[in-house]
Write a protein of this length. Structure first.
Length: 198
C-alpha cells in the first residue's frame, strides 16, 4: 500500500501491470496466507480481496507482505478498504460511512455507465470484466485511454491471454484462480505471468 499525508491510497501501478489477488470466499485463513506469501515472492502483487469472515485472522499478516487488504463487501474489520459491487452497492454512502482514508473499489462488470458513475461517486479504482465485452470493443483499453482512476482487469487471467489484455493497458490484473490450489501453483502462475509481462 502507499501512504500519502496520512491517507492510504490504492497502490499506483507501474508501466507493467501489478497483480490484484482475489481469495475465494470459502478459502481458509492458512491457505490464503500461504498462497499470498508465495505469490508475493514470485511477482509484484499490490493488493488482495478477502472475505469478511477471515479478515481479522489474515489482515495484519497480509499487510506485512506489503499488500493493501480489501474486504469483499462492507466490513468493520480494520483493513485498508473495501471491494464493492458498483451495480448493487451505494458508493456514495460507502464513502460517507467509511470516510476518505479507506480505499473503495467498485466492480462494474462491463458497464461503461456503471464504471463512470462509480468513479464520479468516489471509487478509488474500477474493476472491469474484460471477457464479457462485445467483440471489437476492448473496455479496459477504453477506460485506460480516457480516465486516470486505476483500472483492474477483474476476470482471472491465464498467461496465454496476456497478448490480448496487455495492449489495453490495465493497471492491475488478476491471476488465474488456480493459484489458490497450493503454494506451488501460486508461485508457478505468478512467475509465469510476471515473466510474460516483463
Amino acid at each position: 500500500m502507499v501512504e500519502v499525508t496520512g491517507k492510504i491510497v490504492f497502490p499506483v501501478a507501474m508501466a507493467t501491470p501489478r497483480l490484484f489477488l482475489v481469495a475465494p470466499v470459502d478459502l481458509g485463513a492458512d491457505q490464503i496466507l500461504a498462497c499470498a506469501t508465495a505469490a508475493c515472492a514470485a511477482g509484484d502483487v499490490a493488493s488482495i480481496v478477502v472475505a469478511s469472515g477471515v479478515l481479522q485472522a489474515v489482515t495484519r499478516k497480509l499487510q506485512g507482505l506489503g499488500l493493501a487488504v480489501l474486504a469483499n463487501g462492507y466490513a468493520n474489520a480494520k483493513c485498508d478498504g473495501v471491494h464493492l459491487n458498483g451495480v448493487e452497492d451505494d458508493i456514495v454512502e460507502a464513502r460517507r460511512t467509511l470516510g476518505k482514508d479507506l480505499i473503495i473499489g467498485a466492480y462494474c462488470a462491463a458497464s461503461r455507465h456503471t464504471a463512470m458513475q462509480a468513479a464520479e461517486d468516489g471509487a478509488d479504482y474500477i474493476a472491469l470484466s474484460q471477457d464479457t465485452y462485445a467483440p471489437g470493443e476492448p473496455i479496459i483499453g477504453w477506460w485506460a485511454d480516457l480516465f486516470e482512476i486505476p483500472c483492474v482487469a477483474f476476470d482471472p487471467v491465464e498467461t496465454g491471454k496476456l497478448d490480448i489484455l496487455l495492449p489495453q493497458k490495465p493497471d492491475f490484473i488478476r491471476p488465474s484462480d488456480a493459484m489458490w490450489a497450493s503454494t506451488g501453483e501460486a508461485q508457478r502462475i505468478v512467475s509465469e505471468l510476471t515473466q510474460r509481462m516483463t
